[in-house]
Ligand binder design. Structure first.
Ligand SMILES: [Zn+2]
Length: 320
């Protein structure tokens, strides 16, 4: 429930720091999605690979380009929510220029694709002004729309957010002030959080997209699973391609078990410290909850679901 289809081609570029990785590999790649034939080719390849990996539902980030988003919407197999990354500052100029810079440019996309298929996507705090996030938060609340963004993935990112938003208590507060934290919000990563932030996320009833393979690849740290569980914050597993090197959810589940078992767990969680059924549940049944009301999605019926998705034409872009 957290993946970047436009990073499919550059996945697995392991790096020691998120911000360097974005600047060196990811943003230059995403500028290429202004080219429609490039976008068409890559959308077809991405969704075909997802189907082969047995993933038939998800929530995906697109590049800022509205046309690339439309192309992806027409190429999906299964239940997918898509959002074009809103990033009007702090990135290469072609991306900022392609991005919506006010909510009035986002509302038509939400209307056209529908709120079950479009997710409002402020990429992360460093790519948006407080004013823009406030407009997006208002839109999300009035339309009861999904929101996806990133929160507290790396220490350098957090330091830059603190400098950019001195009026906020912390990173979580940047989004909370904007009204972006709702039960239909999915926050990627959430690795370095204070007690105050955890309490706030629990109160707002957001979802966390936990991306262990990506966190490993980018040296971001380990999400504090024990604290997330203690605060009863809902979470589901995600590959976060291209930070994560593989779209296979089996790979993500394996990294989840390895990472959290290696780190140990409080004895209150019984033995074994991290049960093998946890990742299975959080990659399937739990992951479908924020995404869809479909009864079939999220069950461990990959073959059935994949066949269903393959035989069912996608319902594409409305009014196009
Ligand atoms: Zn991501």
């Amino acid at each position: 429930m957290h993946i970047h289809w436009v990073q499919h081609h550059v996945r697995g570029r392991f790096q020691v720091d998120l911000m360097e990785w974005l600047r060196q590999h990811i943003w230059p790649e995403e500028t290429r999605f202004g080219d429609l034939s490039f976008a068409r080719r890559h959308a077809a390849a991405f969704f075909a690979d997802m189907l082969r990996a047995g993933t038939t539902m998800g929530m995906a980030y697109s590049s800022p380009h509205a046309d690339a988003l439309r192309i992806a919407a027409d190429a999906t197999h299964g239940d997918w929510l898509l959002g074009n990354s809103i990033m009007h500052k702090g990135a290469p100029e072609p991306l900022c220029e392609a991005s919506p810079d006010n909510a009035e440019e986002v509302a038509p996309l939400l209307r056209q694709l529908g709120r079950d298929r479009y997710v409002i996507t402020p990429r992360f705090a460093l790519n948006c002004s407080a004013e823009l996030m406030h407009e997006l938060g208002h839109l999300a609340q009035t339309e009861n729309a999904f929101v996806q963004t990133h929160l507290s993935e790396s220490l350098n990112e957090i330091r830059e957010v603190r400098e950019a938003f001195p009026e906020a208590i912390d990173y979580t507060d940047v989004y909370d002030r904007a009204g972006l934290l709702t039960p239909r919000t999915v926050l990627g990563h959430c690795i370095h959080l204070s007690k105050r932030e955890l309490a706030c996320l629990a109160e707002r009833r957001v979802w966390i997209a936990h991306c262990p393979s990506s966190n490993e690849a980018l040296n971001s740290g380990r999400m504090d699973l024990e604290a997330i569980r203690r605060h009863r914050i809902r979470y589901a597993l995600a590959s976060d391609v291209g930070g994560g090197p593989s779209h296979s959810m089996l790979h993500v589940m394996q990294r989840f078990l390895k990472q959290h078992r290696d780190a140990g767990a409080p004895s209150t969680y019984a033995k074994p410290s991290i049960a093998a059924r946890w990742p299975v549940r959080n990659a399937s049944v739990a992951a479908k909850k924020p995404v869809t009301s479909s009864r079939a999605s999220g069950r461990i019926l990959f073959y059935y679901r994949a066949r269903q998705a393959k035989s069912r034409p996608n319902n594409g872009w409305r009014n196009s």
